[in-house]
Design a protein around this ligand. Sequence first.
Ligand code: NAG
Ligand code: NAG
Length: 407
Amino acid sequence: MKNFLVVVVAVVLVRWVDGSDWNVTELPSLSSTAVSRPLFVGLTLIPDAASKGAVCLDGSVPGYHLHRGFGSGANSWLVNLEGGGWCNNMRTCLYRKKTRRGSSYYMEKEIQFSGIMSDKPEENPDFYNWNRVKVRYCDGASFTGEGYDRDAGIFFRGQRIWSAAMEDLLSKGMQNADQTLLAGCSAGGLASIQHCDQFRAFFPESVKVKCLADAGMFLDAADVGGGRSLRSFFEGVMTLQGSAGNLPKTCTSSMDATSCFFPQNIVSNIQTPTYILNTAYDVWQIQQSLAPSSADPQGYWKECRFNYSSCNEDHVQFLQEFRKQMLDSVKGFSVSKQNGLFINSCFAHCQTERQDTWFANDSPLIGGKGIAKSVGDWYFDRSEEKLVDCPYPCDKTCHNLVFRSRK
Ligand SMILES: *[C@@H]1O[C@H](CO)[C@@H](O)[C@H](O)[C@H]1NC(C)=O
Ligand SMILES: *[C@@H]1O[C@H](CO)[C@@H](O)[C@H](O)[C@H]1NC(C)=O
């Protein structure tokens, strides 16, 4: 009998402090058999952005992929912010500016839309006929930066890219929207939290506006060495990229910028209805924030960080503490009836754009309910959604990721 569905991923995992972002988007789409006619959507550049200084790290113009809605979805808009790590110092940003995460010259000319981006009702029951947009990520600070380094020739213009992309989409029909959803995964999920109320402000009161953050709950947690690896990293991003002025004022009025980059310090103050989807054992956070090799010189976490089956009782106990911190971080947030929550006890990262986790016969469930159904029920106010899974290893519906490092 098959218990957990395990997805083995072979990637080159370069130490993140060396600046290479984690290869999340290359995770294979598991249920390729379910995809009858894969949808590929072309890249649209935003030429006007240049005159507003809204440019990628290398100075190239930003872009997005837009697939038009139809029928009852013609005036509904889903704006999905791409993720892909951050750059926290000159070296890592210089590296990034020569990749698709820092330059539109290197972006794919078309990308596949699946899961919440799919145009097929059998793959995406509630949003398939909406206008669906994927905004490309090329600033390295979750669309929040503002700055320029003349010597290095690097632009930190994430916030301007955000504004330019929204203005362009408004002019292409989004100004007539009657319902909208801002989404994103990983660094894009964090961006959707950071920009949620800004997104709301683009629309009149009568328009329904909500936000969805997938795998964006990056916690300010102690790592296995007792340090704060992710906090140090975010400190670098904030200092280099000049994001402070673009983070929610409700937070920056009382806390430092680095703290305000962490979602746990802003989610309970978001005014716009928001849905947080995250695994309690987010594999990106395990590998890069909790047990990075820099915090584990003895290599005690060497196997477990890539493969949950190799974790012993001590490891699991540490991970259960992390789950508690995750649940604590959304306590205030989940008090509000308008917010939605889905914290499943799986080893994964990003579950909305993969068909197998979003909506398939064997997708992850909490209490019998899958992610697409829960997000739809929340968005359309069909029910209140506050789904929290029992702790590992109780959930047999997970699509767990196991990594094989080729170091
Ligand atoms: C990501 O994965 C792709 C395909 O597996 C590979 O070609 C690319 O070099 C990888 N990028 C990084 C930064 O590891
Ligand atoms: C994960 O760990 C288990 C238990 O140690 C092992 O049997 C399995 O082969 C590992 N998977 C990979 C992909 O390394």
